[in-house]
Design a protein. Structure first.
Length: 102
């Protein structure tokens, strides 16, 4: 889990602004939970669109492994669904830890 979010990337992307970090991590948590549910329950275009959105959200905070898994799902790799679910949970847990430290 420590590597679920690249802290250096996140720090740079948020200019080290604690208030901005808290806001972004809160939004990420909410969005990741929602999108992971859609990806799990949907198929076809709806799944691909949710995976695309999650990919961008994850890259924005430095959750690169999650973004890569979301890209696989976006491209139709249903075999990556379990990996995506695991990585989404890890990234959400890492975000919660970062929030607690902020």
């Amino acid at each position: 889990m420590p590597d679920a979010i690249d802290r250096k990337h996140f720090e740079a992307a948020t200019f080290g602004d604690g208030a901005l970090q808290r806001e972004i991590l809160g939004l990420f948590d909410t969005q990741a939970e929602k999108l992971a549910g859609i990806i799990r329950d949907a198929s076809g275009r709806e799944r691909a669109e949710a995976a695309h959105t999650l990919k961008g959200t994850a890259r924005g905070i430095g959750a690169f492994a999650l973004a890569d898994a979301a890209e696989k799902v976006e491209q139709g790799d249903a075999g990556a669904l379990d990996e995506l679910a695991r990585l989404a949970a890890e990234a959400r847990a890492a975000a919660a830890l970062l929030l607690a430290q902020n």
